[in-house]
Each structure stands twice: as structure tokens, then as C-alpha cells.
Design a protein around this ligand. Structure first.
Ligand code: SF4
Length: 418
């Protein structure tokens, strides 16, 4: 059942800071509620959270599921010398191919059999949508068990970003999110998470992502940045996501040779997992999808807030900064009349400043507009004031691009359907 909008009680903190002349202080309060679908609930009436996947069959083991030692052991088990593992790595991680016809340095009579054994097909392209003159592509993939997931490839000046999925569906049940509606089907395997990047690199190598300004002699283009903002809560699939991250940053040919700094792991706030991530020797960019600085609103907006409150999530984010030295991003979708009030910008700034200076950056994101819905983008002047209030308090804030909204590929819009 969708939650009934209820009147907002006057906030006890932050409200005193409302500027008499502000635009945002005049805004009304709208409460979060799922529209057009029923939010799964516990017997107590709270949105259901699913941390564990149901019992399901996992995809067949793939080369990208294995560590380098396991790969060497595997080729030996198949009666081949160890150096074949390096050749197979080069095909997959450097040339982005698992086509036996491309593997001309392997014994001809074994190629088909090796590929069938080591590179079972994981992602089958079902549909591809292009927008922004062809420099954004949304891929819809069917997995071995029929589950559908998406990834979105975006060209920006000087970088190519891939938004990847980490779970089939999601168990976090956020009322604004298309992905959350269906619940969690299963965790994606490490290789399924890696193969999204390999497939995107293959598409780029074939010239399928338009808008290239590459001159002759420039290095070949490939995905430079990864954001875990597709389907799923990456920290709820911790082990497999960590293994995929290690493969992303492992130098070629054994991995994709990417920079950890260019990889953003985003979470709605699974506090124990954030602490664990800080202990990994992986200086990825960490993003907390906060969307509200007060528990009263965030409890409804991000149901996992029931488990870990705003202050706990911010403490864990600050600890991430302290441990890694990497500045943390706070993602804040600006939703008209729901979370875009001036006092909320002030409260957010106060909470961030209370933990220190220079450790955090806020990315307000205008929600993708759904006219007539309670989930719609903040007005331009409200957005500007929200950012202005953060910056006046010394918090750097950058309005994020909502690339891909025409093809429902922006955050919170990924609900894979054919
Ligand atoms: S917003 Fe993110 S965490 Fe929430 S349901 Fe959607 S995919 Fe899951």
C-alpha cells in the first residue's frame, strides 16, 4: 500500500534559519508516497527492506569471476600452459573480445571449447536506446536466467562514464525509484558487473558511441569513469562488487586498468558496509545518496533510514574521508516541495560542517520531471537558492547533469522492461 501523505509537523531544528525573503521557505511540504504501485510493507506497516537475495541459481562461472591465480589454475586444469591465461586476459580485458575467431594466438582446435568453458555468455543485448545525439546509450541486457538489467554509457567532454547495475532489482524499496518497485530478484555476479564495462568498451571500440573528437594517433577510447548508480544497492552485494572493483583497477592485461578515483560507489547508507569499504585498500570515490538531512523526511524517502539514521550515515561517510583521504560526495535529488526547503539546505550544511571542513561535496540533482506527479523537479529559483545556501555556509555544491532522462536512464528511472 502506498503511504498516505501526512501533514508535516514543524521542524524543531533548522526552521529558525528560514530567511524571510527566501523562495524555498514559502514552499509547501509534500510527503513521499509511491504513485501507481504498491510499496511492499512489513506486517508493522514499514516499507519492506530486503538485504538477502532469494534462493536462486547463480550464473555459470566466467573468466571474470576468477582471481588471477584461479585463472592460471583453470588453464592448467584444461591441459594448457600457464601463459595461456595471459593471452586470454589480453583478449578479454584489453581487446574486449571473447570471440574464438579473434583468438588467433590460441591453438585453433581448442578455441571454441575454451571459450565455451571460460566465457559463457552473460549479457544478451535486448534493446539499445540512444539520445543526446548518440553520445548517451542505454543498454538493456538479458541475463542467463531472463532477468533484465541496464547500463547507461555517456560521453562527456574529456571522459566517458558508464553507469552500471549491481543487482537485478533492488531491496531498498525507495518510493520514488522505478527499480525499487519490483524488489530484489538476485545479486549480480562479479563477472556480470565486469562484463557491462567490457561490453561498453567493445561498443566504443566499434565507434557506436558518437561524438568522438579523437584525432589520429590519440589513444583508443574506452570507459574512463564508472558510477554504481544503475539498478541495485551496490553495498548490499558487497563481496561481488568488491571483486568487480578489484578487476576494474587491476592493470591490463589482468584487469581493466582503471583509476579507482574515477569509480564512484554510491549507497543509500548501509553503515556497516560503508565502514568496511573504508578498510579496503581501494580509494574509490564514495557517494552517499542522502536526499534529506532530517530523519522525519528521510524515514519515508529512503526506507533504510529506519535502520541507520541520517547522523549515523554521515558519521560513516566522514570516517570514509578520514580513512581514505578521499572527499565524499553527498547526492541530493531535489524534489519539488518535498526536500528542497531552504531550512533543509541550512540543516544539511550545519550537519556537514559539524563534522569538519573540506571533506565533502554536495551534488544536488534535479529530479527528472514527471509533470503532475508528487515526484517532480524543484523549480529553478528554488534549486538556485538551495545551492546558494549550501555555498554560503562553505559547502561546495555542483548541480548535476541529468543526462539520459529522455530514455529513462537517469538515477531512479531504471526499471528494466522490454
Ligand atoms: S533508489 Fe537506489 S537504493 Fe533506492 S530502490 Fe532505487 S536502486 Fe534501490
Amino acid at each position: 500500500m502506498a503511504s498516505t501523505p501526512r501533514p508535516q509537523s514543524r521542524p524543531t531544528s533548522g526552521a529558525e534559519q528560514i530567511k524571510a525573503t527566501s523562495v524555498t521557505s514559502r514552499a509547501r511540504q509534500v510527503r513521499p508516497a509511491a504513485e501507481g504501485w504498491d510499496q511492499a510493507r512489513t506486517p508493522e506497516g514499514r516499507p519492506l527492506l530486503q538485504f538477502k537475495q532469494p534462493r536462486v541459481t547463480q550464473p555459470p562461472k566466467h573468466w571474470a569471476d576468477m582471481t588471477q591465480d584461479e585463472r592460471v589454475a583453470k588453464v592448467k586444469e584444461l591441459g594448457l600452459p600457464a601463459f595461456r591465461a595471459k593471452q586470454l586476459n589480453t583478449h578479454y580485458f584489453t581487446h574486449y573480445t571473447s570471440d574464438p575467431a579473434d583468438m588467433t594466438d590460441l591453438p585453433k582446435e581448442r578455441r571454441e571449447e575454451l571459450v565455451a568453458e571460460l566465457f559463457p555468455p552473460l549479457l544478451t543485448e535486448v534493446k539499445r536506446l540512444e539520445t543526446d545525439n548518440g553520445d548517451t546509450i542505454k543498454f538493456l541486457w538479458r541475463l542467463f536466467d531472463g532477468a533484465l538489467v541496464e547500463s547507461v554509457l555517456m560521453r562527456y567532454p574529456g571522459r566517458i562514464t558508464l553507469c552500471v547495475s549491481s543487482q537485478c532489482g533492488c531491496g531498498m524499496n525507495c518510493p520514488f525509484c522505478a527499480t525499487g518497485q519490483a524488489g530484489l530478484t538476485r545479486n549480480m555476479s562479479t563477472a556480470e558487473i565486469v562484463d557491462q564495462v567490457v561490453a561498453a568498451n567493445r561498443a566504443i571500440a566499434r565507434g557506436e558511441l558518437r561524438g568522438s573528437k579523437r584525432a589520429e594517433g590519440d589513444p583508443a577510447e574506452r570507459v574512463t569513469n564508472i558510477v554504481f548508480m544503475g539498478m541495485g544497492e551496490p553495498l548490499a552485494n558487497y563481496k561481488r562488487v568488491m571483486a568487480a572493483l578489484r578487476t576494474y583497477v587491476e592493470p591490463q592485461p589482468n584487469g581493466l586498468g582503471m583509476s579507482a578515483r574515477n569509480i564512484t560507489v554510491s549507497t543509500v547508507g548501509l553503515v556497516p558496509a560503508i565502514r568496511k569499504l573504508a578498510e579496503e585498500d581501494l580509494p574509490v570515490t564514495f557517494a552517499l545518496s542522502l536526499h534529506a538531512p532530517d530523519d522525519e523526511l528521510r524515514d519515508d524517502l529512503i526506507p533504510v533510514n529506519d535502520r541507520w539514521k541520517v547522523d549515523e550515515a554521515l558519521d560513516a561517510a566522514y570516517e570514509y574521508y578520514e580513512k581514505t583521504g578521499r572527499r565524499v560526495s553527498i547526492e541530493y535529488a531535489l524534489i519539488k516541495d518535498m526536500n528542497d526547503h531552504g531550512w533543509r539546505a541550512d540543516l544539511l550544511a550545519r550537519k556537514l560542517n559539524a563534522r569538519g571542513r573540506g571533506w565533502v561535496h554536495v551534488n544536488p540533482i534535479p529530479l527528472n520531471p514527471t509533470p503532475g506527479s508528487i515526484w517532480t523537479a524543484s523549480e529553478k529559483d528554488v534549486t538556485a537558492e538551495f545551492i546558494d545556501r549550501l555555498e554560503s555556509a562553505g559547502i561546495p555544491a555542483t548541480l548535476r547533469d541529468t543526462r539520459g532522462e529522455e530514455i529513462d536512464g537517469a538515477c531512479g528511472q531504471l526499471a528494466a522492461t522490454e
